[in-house]
Write a protein that binds this ligand. Structure first.
Ligand code: CUA
Length: 152
């Protein structure tokens, strides 16, 4: 019969509590900060042409394509208050896709599509930056979401 040491039991209990705390934190953040965990869409749905679809006045779809060393589309114009589904893929290597002030941190991967949804409640220019080193032109890889307020 094996005997578990008293201190080992304490360590196991603390470990269990820490894991529970981590899981709780993720679920809490997802709810409280409306964090949108990106979805991964199967390989056979991959597209190669970038486009912006207007679903209605406040709903858009952006099919973004990353390639060395640019994002297409490079400028996305939407009205304030819009909700945008971003689909993201790459034509070559792995690129990053970070939208400033929007808590978006995705990877663009050849043959795969990642998706996230973002609501733009304030007008302004939101910079999209590649934050994954992808070669000699990496630092120039940027795009913009331009959010206009039609009232002004
Ligand atoms: Cu693309 Cu760095």
């Amino acid at each position: 019969m094996s005997v578990i040491d008293k201190y080992e039991k304490i360590v196991m209990a603390i470990t269990g509590l820490v894991i529970a705390l981590f899981i709780f934190s993720i679920l809490y953040a997802k709810d409280k900060y409306k964090s949108n965990l990106p979805e991964c869409i199967p390989f056979n749905k991959a597209y190669t042409v970038a486009k912006v679809n207007k679903i209605d006045n406040k709903t858009y779809q952006v099919f973004a394509v990353a390639q060395m060393w640019q994002f297409q589309p490079s400028e996305i114009y939407i009205p304030v208050g819009s909700e945008v589904d971003f689909y993201l893929t790459s034509k070559d290597v792995v690129h990053g896709f970070n939208i400033a002030d929007k808590n978006v941190n995705m990877m663009a991967i050849y043959g795969n599509i990642n998706k996230t949804t973002v609501k733009f409640e304030k007008p302004g220019i939101y910079y999209i930056t590649c934050h994954e080193y992808c070669g000699i032109g990496h630092q120039n890889m940027q795009a913009q979401v331009i959010v206009n307020d039609p009232a002004n």
